[in-house]
Design a protein around this ligand. Structure first.
Ligand code: PXP
Length: 235
């Protein structure tokens, strides 16, 4: 299992003062020294954390970028110009604090099938951020996605309440179906140092994308150590 480190929260903190601290590029450099697969960055429509220029500066470091994006033409153009390693298509609502649920691929499968075509043609790996729902897995396969990223928010919430078994089973079955269909499977959202070990129970997961808990821990132990500790847990 590989790790993608989501660095959006560093940009959120930076933007709180409108200056350059904490420096996103310094953070990216520290992260890239670790054994991670990619840096995950979400270019939101309202640019509340990552800005366009951040993407290009991080790309210049030679980083593999996993670009989280809404399925809009504006962001599609940026993706085609930036040429990240992968894109993860996510739902986006202005008012949400973070991505709150999986994308409804089933409900817009013809649109998404066309939408991802140029991205795939440009050699970008395409992932769909979905709930652990068979209908969404099958729709992701239908539209030609390379990956799904299973939304682990419900699992993480259930873990906090102490009863995660049902949610973990849902993730396992959705992952199994996806892999049987030939999709690769990632997971992310709400994963932390306490619950992440359970992801090892899901066979064949390719990558975990984790942001909030790593950046939170880095306040106390530094980014390098926070990433190292997470890598140790998912080994
Ligand atoms: N994966 C996706 C698609 C996300 O939208 C997010 C949140 O930006 C994450 C992973 C990381 O979630 P968290 O910050 O809770 O680790």
């Amino acid at each position: 299992m590989k790790l993608g480190v989501n660095i959006d929260h560093i940009a959120t903190l930076r933007n709180a003062r409108g200056g350059i601290e904490p420096n996103l590029i310094e953070a990216a450099k520290i992260a890239l020294k670790e054994d991670i697969l990619a840096l995950t960055m979400h270019l939101r429509e309202d640019r509340r954390h990552i800005k366009d220029n951040d993407l290009y500066e991080v790309k210049k470091l030679g980083a593999k970028i996993n670009l989280e994006m809404a399925a809009t033409k504006e962001i599609q153009q940026i993706a085609l110009d930036l040429l990240p390693y992968s894109v993860c298509i996510v739902p986006e609502r202005r008012q949400e604090v973070t991505t709150e649920g999986g994308l409804d691929v089933f409900g817009q499968k013809e649109y998404l099938k066309e939408f991802i075509k140029p991205l795939k043609e440009a050699g970008i790996l395409v992932s769909m951020f979905i709930d652990a729902d068979f209908k969404q897995v099958e729709a992701s396969n239908y539209i030609g996605a390379d990956y799904i990223e299973l939304h682990t928010g419900c699992f993480s919430n259930a873990f906090e309440k102490g009863d995660f078994k049902i949610e973990l089973e849902k993730l396992k079955s959705a992952s199994k179906l996806a892999q049987n269909l030939g999709l690769k499977v990632n997971a992310g959202h709400g994963l932390n140092y306490e619950n992440v070990y359970l992801m090892k129970e899901i066979d064949g997961l390719s990558e975990l994308n984790i942001g909030h808990s790593i950046i939170s821990k880095s306040i106390f132990v530094g980014l390098e150590n926070a990433i190292k500790q997470m890598l140790e847990l998912i080994k």
